[in-house]
Design a protein around this ligand. Structure first.
Ligand code: ZN
Length: 119
């Protein structure tokens, strides 16, 4: 940085000018605002949990899609709201779970049909 008093260049880490000894004000960091924790998004967290549960319990996958959609919608409306990743993950897991259970139900149906005697 440059000394505001004499204009001499000083190392960024120095607190005083090497030439005239003037106090060098450190640039105000913007880290403080960036480090503020984002607001939690309970719907997004719920979606992620439901998405994982849905892989084991079929109907929960549909709830994961609903909560994931709500969570994504909320993060779109409020950029400060965290949890978008969790909401997307919950939504994707919900879709995968739902498709998985539909496929299982389909093959179970085929399996049942194979027991109907052809006459
Ligand atoms: Zn100086």
């Amino acid at each position: 940085m440059y000394c505001p008093q004499c204009g001499r260049q000083n190392p960024d880490s120095s607190n005083f000018c090497v030439s005239c000894g003037a106090v060098l004000s450190a640039p105000v960091t913007s880290y403080t605002t960036a480090a503020v924790a984002k607001k939690s998004n309970p719907q997004a967290t719920t979606a992620l949990i439901l998405g994982i549960l849905g892989l084991f319990f079929g109907i929960v996958s549909i709830l994961a899609i609903i909560f994931g959609g709500i969570g994504i919608h909320q993060t779109n409306n409020d950029p400060d709201l965290g949890g978008r990743g969790a909401a997307v993950a919950g939504l994707v897991l919900g879709i995968i779970g739902t498709l998985g259970w539909v496929v299982i139900a389909f093959f179970y149906f085929i399996f049942l049909l194979s027991y109907i005697p052809y006459e």
